[in-house]
Design a protein around this ligand. Sequence first.
Ligand code: GDP
Length: 320
Amino acid sequence: MQGFWSGKRVTVTGGAGFLGQHVVRRLRSYGAEVYVPRKRDYDLTTLDAALRCLLEHPCDMLIHAAAYYGGIGINVHEPGRLYYQNLVMGANLMEAARLAKVAKVVNIGTACSYPGYLEGHLREEDLWAGPCHASVVNYGLTKKMLAVQGLAYKKQYGLDSIHLILTNLYGPGDSYNPERSHVVAALIRKWVEAELARAPSIEVWGTGKPIREFLYVEDCADAIVLAAERYQDTAMPLNIGTGKGTSIRELVETINDLTGYAGTITWNTDKPDGAAMKVLDVSRMKAALDGWTPPTDLRQGLAKTIAWYRAHKAEADAKW
Ligand code: GDP
């Protein structure tokens, strides 16, 4: 690791964000020179700014970890913004990367890009097998276009890129805004607030039946750095996950257990369930990353996240 990254110039979009900050910390600890563009300096939704960013801060590798994203709520309320921001930012950065002659681009994709009706472990080969789930199509499809662009730019311009498909992330520093948050952050906030208010009951969304996979954000950053170093196949996206499915009901029970909440739980089935199952097949990941698997198990990661949220509640709630 150290040898590969030492002195390498890496630009990380979204490098101050939930995931990106951990990627940046690791790269710097391995000796890379990391640049994190900020929106006030470079609005990456314009090609001119994306190109200026890469020309004014030349890099050997671009890791595109910026995204406008969120849980099932934001997909309902802001489909247009999700679509435009992600599509245009990604397209501009790839175009700028080839004009600035960046040696390798690492694009961060999402499990929302998989066909929504598939229920087994999702394999990279099945990415193109059918339509995304309607609840996440704007985010999923625009991120998927980066894989299309990657292949097109490899064929026409010889640009090297890889496309990493991330499962649902959670951890300290996530968005805890109920309008925007994913399920883990949303539940942790509900549980901690119910405890503080001594609320007799908590409402959660859907039926509890959907199965999701949860990856601790720091483990994900480890995988991204490893893949950036070792994975080279532009034509084949690479899943990053734990490969383990957990039902929303089990997740709720675990958080309930870890917080010690004693009230009742109600399920609001007027709220959407989303896809029935979203769990990645991680066999290609293990092979590509020389046997690496995420070290943090769900219970341990949830305990750390709950402790962090309790200690940083005001700051976490104010963000996003
Ligand atoms: P998804 O993975 O794209 O479906 O996004 P989410 O992480 O937002 O939701 C995952 C599942 O958790 C869905 O079935 C939701 O209905 C369920 N869920 C239960 N309670 C909540 C909640 O308070 N917030 C969110 N975002 N999801 C919840």
